[in-house]
Design a protein around this ligand. Sequence first.
Ligand code: HEC
Ligand code: HEC
Length: 322
Amino acid sequence: MRKTSTLVLGFLLVVAFSMVGMMANQLKANKEEANKKEETTVETPTQVAGIVHNPPSLDDVPDGPLGEAILRGYELTNDTSNVLRSEAPTAADGEARVNELSCTSCHAGAGMEEEVSSLVGMASVYPMYIGRSGQIVTLEERINGCMVRSMNGQKFADDDEDLDAMVAYLTYISEGIPVGADLPWRHQSNMEDVPVPSVADGEKLYQQSCIACHAADGAGTGSNTGPALWGDGSFNDGAGISRMSKMAGYIQHNMPIGAAGTLTDQEASDLAAFILSHDRPEWKNHDKDWPAGGRPTDIIDKERREQIQNGTIDWNEVLGKN
Ligand code: HEC
Ligand code: HEC
């Protein structure tokens, strides 16, 4: 009996959610139509692919060990630095383990916000080939990739229960998404054609629009309120967001919070160049990345930072405009 009513309730919830989703999509479509009058057809990719961004609520995790793992995975994703540092044997171990960021610092809402580098569906698309690694990468390896680069820390060991917990969480929020699905919300924060930046303009804009949350020295106000943008507590220069295309795309798409989408590509590029011109931890294995070729030109490593600082950088070369 109980099972049946849970099923019925579950079904009703799914129906209700999809209706809300459809209404939201319709609203979005209407808005887009109003914006782009010259276009005759308006496509909402979520509808076209039949794949909806609708992760299940954490209130519904199953009882027992699996549910516990999912909730632990959520905590680790949402509050990575505080959780891992507080459980490290010493403060120094904690600092070596992970920087001051959380996964939420870039994947908002522990990866459940559709617009900000959502992690919904990742358990359905990995393993997959990654050019930077030159091989097929599992979800565990992809998480560890962000641990050593974006989190400037250490990998989880293969048998670490915390790694299993993160996978359990990402699997939970991928529920209902078919294996190998083309996710319309992936790779949104990428700028294809980055304008040549002015670092000085970026600095001015940073002071107007960003310091309230990210602080004048870039060290931020907290991993989930305004994460560190540069300096020791931030990501290292092997992270994806150390590339001009990803940083400018992320800023244009998501920042400043509350007014996302208001910056022009030029402004986002100016800000990206200003942010990436500052010192940050170095990634030691740049030479091992992109083993099969195709290394992007817009990675801002130490040499490039120095070139920005002393004004010798060739932006056309960095941004592939030659
Ligand atoms: C400083 C920003 C930042 C932080 C912090 C960060 N990531 Fe990422 N992450 C990125 C960027 C940028 C990408 C690449 C997105 C793209 O390719 O467009 C990415 C990609 C990923 C992907 C693959 C996404 C895809 O579509 O293939 C996964 C999975 C992931 N991150 C997990 C995590 C986890 C788990 C954490 C915390 C341990 C984390 N990330 C922390 C910036 C970050
Ligand atoms: C109201 C506070 C607020 C303002 C203002 C703001 N941010 Fe953020 N920023 C955040 C939060 C919170 C995050 C974490 C991700 C999220 O929640 O969307 C974030 C994440 C980021 C990230 C990725 C994380 C990292 O450590 O690199 C970048 C880059 C960034 N902001 C740049 C900017 C820039 C540039 C501006 C000014 C145009 C700006 N932000 C204005 C709050 C803010």
